[in-house]
Design a protein around this ligand. Structure first.
Ligand SMILES: O=P(O)(O)OC[C@H]1O[C@H](O[C@H]2O[C@H](CO)[C@@H](O)[C@H](O)[C@H]2O)[C@H](O)[C@@H](O)[C@@H]1O
Length: 376
């Protein structure tokens, strides 16, 4: 892994005007370009997506849109859906059915496990505050973490995901990897000036990496504005994930999705250094920085001293678009496997698939059984 080439700061700038003093970013790290993506000495300039792009994504994922585009006479039957899934699985085989293949490849290597939270360890539910993980899943995660270094990388705030999972045996990365608590490793701290020494809840010394820390006041401000802006939309909910903000529209009447999109746009148009991404019935406001779940995986592997592909097999399990960055990193490094959790066919950079969190649990349990039997 080449961490050095990732440069000292992942802060990106946007072509639009920037309030440097508000962010507290040194002017040498900022740059503007009228012409979209471009590289300067140590930063990347990317344009923000046009509002219509993510709004289209909301609409195309709506049940009404799907029904209309399918057409009444073309309704897919259950057997058609099954066939489509089985055909898709030829390309992305089940990690359970392929367990022997995976474990054969893992022989003589150390597995490093990365797990997403929502939709992977807990089922998707209407109320984001109630996305609890089952005790059986908690026990599976605890056992697997005793066998292999394991980290959870979530879009939630690190504190929130720790509250849900409640296991000391793991490493946690919140805010889509923008808030990582990992083991102390001097070479990593040297490469990342934002990495500071801290202590965890048990008083153990840890490295705390928060590459978007200067965005904190801005994110808090945007959170308050979004809460105010959507307060009259029934079912809409804003969640403060520390270095990013989620605007949930799962419980909003489809007719009002446009209103949600408009409210979000009205707020973030004043913040050129924030960008919008789209997850599962959620719009996510994030700093424009060159950091994502894929970079978090690379960072954690380095922190754990596990960046040598010859004797390490990283496995990343996730269900959402943001997990694709991690799948892509593993694919590009030709090192390890991404496993997509999905019960419908989806384009992905993963290698394998699992249908839902219950299959994820079965997979984790299988890893534990395999590890114990191979140690005999
Ligand atoms: O990276 P993750 O751990 O998967 O977090 C991504 C987002 O997950 C949560 O929202 C999703 O799950 C909710 C509970 O099941 C569901 O109600 C919502 O519709 C989903 O989008 C979380 O609330 C977000 O803040 C995370 O960004």
């Amino acid at each position: 892994m080449d961490l050095k080439s990732t440069h000292t700061s992942p802060v990106l700038t946007d072509p639009a005007p920037i309030s440097k003093s508000r962010l507290g970013v040194h002017s040498s790290m900022l740059s503007c370009s009228p012409s979209g993506a471009a590289f300067s000495s140590n930063l990347l300039l990317i344009p923000r997506k046009k509002t219509g792009v993510w709004f289209d994504a909301m609409i195309s994922s709506s049940p009404t849109h799907k029904r209309l585009t399918k057409g009444l006479s073309n309704e897919l039957s259950t057997s058609d859906t099954d066939l489509a899934y089985r055909t898709w699985m030829l390309k992305y085989p089940s990690a359970l059915a392929s367990f022997e293949q995976i474990s054969n490849f893992a022989k003589g290597k150390r597995i490093a496990l990365f797990l997403d939270y929502d939709g992977t360890l807990s089922p998707i539910v209407d109320n984001p505050d109630c996305a609890f993980m089952s005790n059986a899943m908690r026990s599976a995660v605890r056992k697997v973490a005793k066998c292999f270094p394991t980290a959870i990388i979530s879009g939630r705030s690190r504190d929130k995901v720790y509250e849900f999972v409640g296991l000391k045996e793991l490493y946690y990365a919140g805010s889509h990897g923008m808030d990582i608590m990992g083991p102390v490793r001097q070479s990593v701290s040297d490469d990342h000036p934002n990495c500071i020494k801290s202590t965890d809840k048990q008083g153990k010394e840890v490295n705390l990496f928060q590459p978007a820390s200067e965005f904190l006041p801005m994110i808090d401000e945007v959170y308050s504005s979004l809460v105010e802006s959507i307060k009259d939309i029934k079912g809409a909910k804003v969640e403060n994930n520390k270095f990013c903000v989620s605007v949930h529209y799962r419980n909003v009447d489809e007719q009002s999705w446009t209103v949600v999109a408009q409210c979000v746009d009205n707020v973030i148009k004043n913040y050129p250094r924030l960008r919008l991404t789209h997850g599962r019935k959620v719009l996510e406001v994030r700093p424009v920085i060159n950091w994502d779940k894929g970079k978090a995986v690379t960072f954690l592997l380095e922190s754990l001293g596990l960046s040598n592909c010859d004797d390490v097999l990283p496995i990343y399990v996730g269900d959402d678009r943001t997990d694709e960055d991690a799948f892509k990193v593993l694919r590009e490094r030709n090192c390890g496997y991404g496993i997509l959790v999905s019960s419908v066919p989806k384009e992905t950079n993963a290698f394998y698939s699992l249908r839902d969190p219950s299959e994820v649990m079965e997979f984790l349990n299988s890893l534990v059984v395999w590890k114990k039997s191979s140690a005999l």
